[in-house]
Design a protein around this ligand. Structure first.
Ligand code: FAD
Length: 342
């Protein structure tokens, strides 16, 4: 069994609001672990618009989604947050002493004084291709993400899709697999031109194959794939042999397991008060796009404000007898020490 990680705060979601919460909680000496289903920090900024400029972050007249994420990571770094990627928080349970037990789908278990839900539009989950019976193969020979490359060593892999994930994994996995094939429904790709060129070069060198068409059915036994039937663009069916299928059809946001955590929800959002940004459960907070209150704006700057007020309330919940004095980072030596600048 997995060892339980004991900490002050577990933050569900490493989007911009979760990242800034590390800073605000850190100023109050609260240590954070962040869990995100993505393989990287930044939430929507990183997954949906890394290259797009954002114009309404105070004092940053223009910043890309990627750069904002980098800067938030840098600002949080002095507080030593620990990041757990590729993990979905599945269970959040209140313990008798008022603390929380948090469990992920990958088997991590935390015990924390407070939990902050910064889950944005919900968990990013893979879009599944409409192939009948695909569920029987999921997790055995059909995978929607590459958690460990080693899983695919020596396999006969078929990747389906035409975006960056499909192209990147085709290129990155081809040296360790037995055989690599890519299938896409058309000859155009929504991926970096450099990756597309690399893939074409591998095909030229006969290191992989590329197919045009759509997978219509899977063949195999007990979840072990043996091959797929494809409808080609000329309308004719043909077979591809493979033992592993990786469909990369993009991600959608779903509320996910939050619905089962026993908190009040309103239209898939979490109602909070605007003093503490606390949910219907004391000690369980919600900030950023996932929360709702009168006048809520789904903007990054709103989430930053919410993080600051939430941190004050979280500190009081975790340390009911401690005194909390208001301090500025400009003039407080004690805050500057925590930041490593004094
Ligand atoms: P998110 O960024 O959504 O991050 C939440 C994270 O939580 C995700 O990574 C998700 O995977 C993770 N998560 C959820 N559930 C779980 C779970 N159970 N377990 C583990 N992880 C989980 N805002 C602006 O202020 N200015 C703009 O110019 C702007 N432009 C935008 C342009 C586009 C195209 C889009 C889509 C949004 C834009 N926004 C903009 C909105 C902004 O991106 C969001 O307000 C912001 O990302 C919300 O941050 P967040 O941290 O609350 O959530």
């Amino acid at each position: 069994t997995q060892e339980t990680i004991t900490t002050d705060v577990v933050i569900v979601g490493a989007g911009p609001c979760g990242l800034f919460a590390v800073f605000e909680l850190g100023l109050l000496d609260m240590k954070c672990h962040l869990v995100d289903i993505l393989d990287k920090p930044g939430g929507q900024c990183a997954e949906l618009y890394p290259e797009k400029p954002i114009y309404d972050i105070p004092a940053l007249p223009v910043v890309s989604g990627h750069e904002l994420t980098e800067r938030l990571m840098e600002q949080a770094a002095p507080f030593g947050p620990q990041y757990h990627y590729n993990e979905m928080v599945e269970e959040v349970q209140k313990l008798e002493d008022g603390r929380w037990r948090v469990k992920t789908d990958g088997g991590l278990v935390f015990e924390a004084k407070v939990v902050v839900i910064a889950a944005g539009g919900g968990s990013f989950q893979p879009k599944k291709p409409p192939i009948p019976g695909i569920e029987a193969y999921e997790g055995k020979s059909v995978f929607y993400a590459v958690k460990r490359m080693e899983t695919f060593r020596g396999k006969n892999v078929l990747i389906s899709g035409g975006g960056d994930s499909a192209l990147d994994w085709t290129i990155n996995l081809h040296p360790i697999v037995q055989s690599m094939q890519l299938i896409h429904r058309r000859d155009g790709f929504r991926a970096a031109p450099d990756s597309v060129n690399k893939m074409h070069a591998l095909v030229e060198e006969k290191k992989m194959q590329f197919h045009l068409g759509q997978i219509t059915s899977l063949h195999g036994d007990n979840g072990q794939l043996e091959g797929v039937t494809v409808k080609g663009n000329d309308g004719a069916d043909y077979q591809i042999e493979c033992d592993t299928l990786l469909p990369f059809f993009g991600l959608t946001m779903k509320l996910g397991p939050i619905a089962n955590w026993g908190i009040n929800l309103h239209e898939n959002l979490i109602p909070v008060d605007t003093e503490k940004f606390q949910t219907s459960e004391p000690g369980l907070f919600a900030i950023g796009d996932i929360n709702t209150y009168p006048g809520k704006l789904k903007l990054i700057l709103s989430g930053f404000h919410e993080a600051a007020l939430m941190a004050q309330a979280a500190f009081r919940y975790a340390n009911p007898d401690a005194k909390l004095t208001f301090q500025y980072t400009t003039s407080s030596t004690s805050l500057q020490k925590k930041l490593g600048v004094a």
